[in-house]
Design a protein around this ligand. Sequence first.
Ligand code: HEC
Length: 140
Amino acid sequence: MKIFLLSILTSIFALSFFLFQDKNDYQDPKLVESMERGSEIYSDFCVTCHLPNGEGAGGTFPPLAGADYLMENREASIRGVKYGQQQEIVVNGETYTTAMPNPRLEDEEIADVMNYILNSWGNASEDIVTLEEVEGITEE
Ligand code: HEC
């Protein structure tokens, strides 16, 4: 009986391991969950300026989709979302000077929305943005 139970437990363990592996091969489940939450935050706090597909609006609101600034300046991008920003920045060769007001999000929400914009519309980032990373970024 003990052996029988043990083999059942072993198969359950093996099965869950395979299921988990399978999901993991596709995309980190943690990232997927964070992006799902981030997508809602995006619709509530970002979409009015950066638009539904992150395309931005010519000359006033910079794009996030395929944006070299976002993809190459991870820390500055998180800082901008955390504190708001107004400085001259160049995104994909175009200069922007309009202010982005502080959206006043929780650090956890910032991590989620960053994971969403870093991995949507063709953007892809290898490292997941964590709460600790956002907490560590201070205003300049
Ligand atoms: C009121 C309009 C507005 C809203 C709302 C807004 N932004 Fe922005 N965003 C801007 C502007 C304008 C800039 C450029 C700021 C500058 O020139 O310093 C910018 C810049 C950025 C950048 C860096 C530049 C780039 O395109 O890579 C990121 C990243 C970004 N915003 C993300 C967000 C996220 C995420 C949200 C929602 C939480 C958000 N923004 C909400 C207007 C907005």
